[in-house]
Design a protein around this ligand. Structure first.
Ligand SMILES: *Cc1c(COP(=O)(O)O)cnc(C)c1O
Length: 474
């Protein structure tokens, strides 16, 4: 049968709606919705046939009419059912990537979640000073705390660090030049590229130095009447190795003082604690960068800080105040939930020991090899005790911070390794992602690896129970 014949024989909507199955769907989900879905399916098939793009299967499926209608209705049922399922869900992150941008970056701790919940219940003092009964600022909930922790004069937060960089440049360098090293013109992903952000903010990029080496003299030579700032960008997702030279914040700040030019540092991840204790490379803390003379520093809320998605800006009062008054601020400001979680996050940092215990990202970093091995052995023992096919073992592996932080740095980890016998590793990994609480794993050498560092003590039981269910042969 040729395409035109098939097209002519496609059933009319009235004919489809006469089916008892169609009547039931309309009763369950509403006639308009079902009509809409059926029309979409029919139209797209018609279009594919007309344009000659229909697959052989689609052409075959279009005949005979009775079967075609029943398949069409089945599709409509599946599509409406899928819409009833929540799309946004909790998952188990067994990838060993601590800050996984696709999996929501930093998970929150109990007190941070409690703050989120409270902020959403009814009214709050978001912008209201209870002591005076007057209008207040939403920054008031966290600004003083950030200043105490980092030693900054002032602080403000916006939607994310990309917004922070935009606001800083728009406020401090509109229609002026900003000098940046050629080694720091980064792209973070998701269209965040320093030259493009710069353009959007209305500042002009003035590149200096070379990709691998930028000296203080390069910065000095680039200074003109039009220079509004020096910008240093943390190369947070790549490393330049070999014959390299980078100008320090101290040197740049000294040069800035000489010429009356402020130094801005985009720190990216922005840590407040010393990571060296846990065997990671030294990452300068926000306080350190400020002490070295930076005038304005910005960093993400949901990277190593372990808080909500936000961009935190700290530094000299004169600049922060201007940012607060900038028209963009209104578009970039935090909502009440994020404001509350940010406050709760910084409250944990008031005592460093408490932060290591309560901020999940820091907790993951602090877990010892022994703890991880014990957890892997316990899970693998439980899985081996059920009647599953496939080989299950514990293997040494490694985890990374991720989220464009500390590139090249790894942390020791242990993984539960599953070598399936009756399916491929990919098939097993696919099944794991379809569980009630989906498990995101990774594959190596035809084995599914479940990394332990990103599965918390609290998640362990539910995680194991799900795996048992999936692997059990009964
Ligand atoms: C991650 C990162 C950003 C973007 O931060 P978001 O909070 O994701 O918007 C900007 N600059 C640097 C250096 C970064 O590492």
């Amino acid at each position: 049968m040729n395409k035109n014949e098939i097209l002519r024989q496609l059933p009319k909507m009235d004919r489809i709606l006469q089916e008892p199955e169609a009547e039931e769907l309309c009763r369950l989900y509403g006639k308009n919705r079902i009509l809409g879905i059926l029309r979409q399916e029919l139209d797209s098939l018609r279009k594919e046939l007309l344009e000659g793009k229909a697959t052989e299967a689609a052409v075959e499926n279009a005949q005979p009419t009775e079967l075609f209608i029943s398949r069409l209705l089945q599709q409509a049922r599946e599509r409406t059912k899928a819409l009833e399922e929540p799309s946004y869900r909790r998952v188990f992150n067994a990838t060993g990537i601590l800050l996984h941008t696709n999996l929501g970056r930093a998970p929150l701790g109990k007190r941070q979640m409690e703050a989120a919940f409270q902020s959403m219940c009814g009214f709050s003092n978001l912008e209201y000073r209870l002591s005076e009964g007057k209008r207040g600022k939403r920054q008031a909930h966290y600004a003083d705390m950030i200043c105490q922790i980092t030693g900054a004069e002032a602080a403000v937060a916006v939607n994310n660090n990309a917004a922070a960089v935009t606001l800083i440049l728009a406020t401090m360098a509109h229609k002026k030049e900003v000098i940046v090293s050629r080694g720091e013109l980064i792209e973070i992903g998701g269209h965040f590229r320093i030259p493009e952000v710069m353009e959007q903010s209305g500042a002009f990029l003035r590149e200096t130095g070379c990709t691998n080496r930028t000296r203080i003299s390069d910065y000095e030579q680039a200074v003109t009447e039009e220079t509004a700032a020096f910008l240093k960008v943390h190369t947070s997702n790549y490393k330049i190795v070999g014959f390299t030279e980078e100008t320090s914040v101290e040197e740049l700040s000294a040069l800035g003082k000489k010429h009356g030019i402020p130094v801005i540092v985009d720190l990216g991840s922005g840590v407040l604690v010393d990571l060296e204790k846990y065997g990671l490379a030294h990452e300068p803390t926000v306080g350190e960068i400020l002490r070295k003379g930076a005038d304005v520093v910005c960093f993400s809320g949901d990277k190593l800080l372990g808080g909500p998605q936000a961009g935190i800006i700290v530094g000299k009062k004169e600049y922060i105040q201007k940012m607060e008054q900038h028209p963009l601020m209104r578009a970039l400001r935090l909502d009440k939930c994020t404001t509350a979680v940010l406050e709760a996050t910084f409250r944990e940092y008031f005592c460093e020991k408490q932060a290591w215990e309560n901020i999940p990202v820091l907790k993951m970093i602090a877990r010892t090899k022994d703890e991880l091995l014990a957890q892997a052995e316990e899970i693998s023992w439980e899985l081996n005790s059920c009647s599953c096919s496939g080989k299950i073992a514990v293997t040494e592996s490694s985890a990374v911070i991720g989220g464009g932080s500390l590139p090249g740095e790894t942390m020791p980890d242990y993984a539960v390794e599953i070598f399936p016998e009756k399916e491929t590793a990919q098939q097993l990994a696919d099944r794991l992602r379809l569980l009630p609480v989906p498990i995101v794993s990774h594959i190596k050498n035809d084995r599914v690896l479940l990394e332990m560092r990103t599965i918390s003590e609290e998640e362990k039981r539910e995680f194991t129970a799900e795996l048992k269910e999936v692997l059990d042969e009964k």
